[in-house]
Design a protein around this ligand. Structure first.
Ligand code: 4HQ
Length: 286
């Protein structure tokens, strides 16, 4: 995979290329990251990349010409023009594991990093083939977002992860991994390591039991329950087994009972604090 990154801050990427996964993938030849200083695609003496917004308003906007020129140079150099050109922006489609997977299937990706108030809209409409956002918050530049895209995509490339199996166990593992030991779109089950007791906190007994079948079931149930509590939106997209659906129905029932108990005891407390005249006899406690 070749990543072409267009930025006014190529030095920004120094650190992340020298550590961890990206460093290893660079060394292993699975990826090449080519940093392009947008100012090299300017033609004026001051290497101008920005200008004031038409219509007024604060801040500056990236001019279209240097960006079009920079991408044209990549097309000329590669002899191709069919690679994705991605503008990082909060208006883009959200980066998900599925989007990362889709991007990882290309041989080459161009990432455009904006700064300031944004980028002339003609870049989004007539140069970029895709706009991607890494989340609903505001960054000062596209560089961090580009780094996130590169990391998420690189981990999916063949031969990059030392342990090919471990990816399957994680949150957001590909949905088509059924049949394997994967957790198919669920959040991670909790992990523990030694010591078995720390500050009075014990590791769940089942994990120390050595019973691998029970451990597998426990982990799956933990993943299911955590996903149900924290990310029900993820569950809605999954095809659950009848066993899993039974587990969720049971969770729902016990949760409902708990809520009812809370409401009932609050109602009783209310009754106690008000005049006995208005007290509902059915709520009166013993
Ligand atoms: N940006 N996901 C760059 C973002 C962003 C995001 C705001 C992109 C500023 C100039 N990019 N502009 N969120 O917040 O990708």
């Amino acid at each position: 995979m070749i990543f072409d990154v267009i930025t006014i801050f190529p030095e920004f990427f120094g650190g992340i290329l020298e550590h961890g996964l990206l460093k290893r993938a660079l060394a292993g030849g699975q990826i090449d990251i080519r940093l392009h200083d947008l100012r090299d695609a300017t033609e004026d003496r001051h290497r101008t990349v920005d200008d004031r917004p038409f219509g007024g308003g604060p801040g500056m906007v990236f001019k279209p010409e240097p960006l079009f020129r920079a991408v044209d140079a990549l097309k000329a150099e590669s002899g191709k023009s069919d690679f994705p050109v991605i503008l990082l922006s909060p208006q883009g489609r959200l980066l998900t594991q599925a989007v990362a997977k889709e991007l990882s299937e290309h041989a080459r990706l161009t990432l455009i990093c904006g700064r300031y108030e944004g980028v002339d809209e003609r870049v989004a409409t007539h140069l970029a083939t895709d706009e991607i956002s890494i989340g609903d918050y505001v960054l000062s530049g596209g560089e961090l977002a580009a780094a996130v895209v590169m990391e998420a995509v690189t981990r999916l490339l063949p031969g990059v992860l030392g342990n090919e199996a471990s990816r399957e166990y994680e949150s957001f593992a590909p949905l088509d991994s059924s049949g394997g030991p994967g957790h198919e779109g669920l959040l991670d089950f909790p992990q523990y390591t030694r010591p078995a007791e720390f500050a009075g906190l014990r590791v769940p007994e089942v994990l120390l039991s050595g019973n691998h079948e029970e451990i597998r079931e426990w982990r799956h149930r933990q993943a299911l329950e955590k996903t149900w509590r924290r990310r029900p939106d993820l569950l809605a997209k999954l095809q659950l087994s009848p066993e899993d659906r039974a587990v969720l129905e049971e969770l729902q029932r016990t949760e409902l009972e708990r809520t009812n108990d809370v409401i009932l005891s609050e109602a009783k407390n209310l009754g106690r604090s008000e005049s006995s005249h208005y007290r509902n006899p059915s709520l009166r406690s013993g």
